[in-house]
Design a protein around this ligand. Structure first.
Ligand SMILES: CCCCC/C=C\C/C=C\C/C=C\C/C=C\CCCC(=O)SCCNC(=O)CCNC(=O)[C@H](O)C(C)(C)COP(=O)(O)OP(=O)(O)OC[C@H]1O[C@@H](n2cnc3c(N)ncnc32)[C@H](O)[C@@H]1OP(=O)(O)O
Length: 194
């Protein structure tokens, strides 16, 4: 990684991340955090349909199948779409901490082009936690889970309360989400983070 900015360096008092005891077991699919999510939602026809699987510790893997609708240059994935795949993968890590958090900063390196028709094999881990700040990194490989690195990212996520979404989201979608008891129960349970 070249030239990561200072705000992505954990402070001296940062602690090692701790996997929540109720986190999905290694190998288990995490499932979508919201059905309409562009990154992971099964009900989002335009989305990436990324599926993340819990790894050991506070890590996970995910796969992104690059389709023709993801092109930037002819036959190649758009860089912003690849950044989205990285963002979603990194965001999914917070599930293992049982913390609700949003992306504050995302720095991405694009090292190799990613052709349409290939699968991007992603892996991500939380590296440190300092108060509400969650530091993480991810890589995406082509040609298999051990293939060459095509993209890399480092990120800072910031923990938020459920009210972050209620206060800022569009009322239509918030009302729909709040009428889904599973969504509300899960979000509130994560907020308490016992
Ligand atoms: C019932 C309804 C249910 C709805 C819930 C549904 C589902 C919920 C479940 C999970 C969903 C969660 C996330 C989705 C998961 C994956 C999707 C991919 C992730 C995303 O796509 S997510 C969207 C993009 N994301 C944003 O939409 C964020 C916009 N943003 C803000 O909303 C604010 O900006 C916020 C909240 C981030 C902070 O605001 P704030 O007022 O709470 O706190 P503050 O500003 O004090 O920052 C605290 C400390 O972080 C440092 N800090 C902040 N930002 C920094 C930066 N950029 N660089 C370096 N340091 C930074 C400060 O410097 C300070 O540091 P210090 O404490 O040392 O002073």
């Amino acid at each position: 990684m070249s030239g990561t900015s200072a705000s992505l360096q954990p402070p001296a008092d940062a602690v090692t991340p701790v996997r929540h005891p109720d986190a999905p077991a290694p190998g288990e699919l995490l499932g979508a955090h919201y059905g309409e999510c562009f990154g992971c939602g099964g009900e989002q026809p335009h989305g990436l349909h990324l599926q993340a699987r819990a790894g050991e510790g506070v890590s996970l893997t995910a796969e992104f199948a690059v389709r023709p609708e993801h092109q930037g240059a002819p036959g190649l994935a758009h860089g912003g779409i690849l950044a989205t795949a990285l963002d979603e993968t990194l965001g999914s890590l917070n599930w293992l901490l049982r913390t609700i958090a949003v992306t504050g900063r995302l720095e991405t390196d694009f090292r190799r082009p990613v052709p349409v028709g290939t699968t991007l094999h992603l892996e991500a881990e939380v590296t440190a936690v300092a108060g509400r700040k969650i530091y993480s990194r991810a890589t995406g490989r082509v040609g298999g889970p051990d293939g060459p690195v095509a993209v890399r990212a480092e990120a800072l996520f910031i923990e938020v309360k459920v009210d972050h979404f209620i206060d800022n989201g569009r009322p239509e979608e918030i009302q729909a989400a709040m009428s889904d008891p599973d969504q509300v129960r899960r979000a509130r349970a994560f907020e308490v983070n016992p």
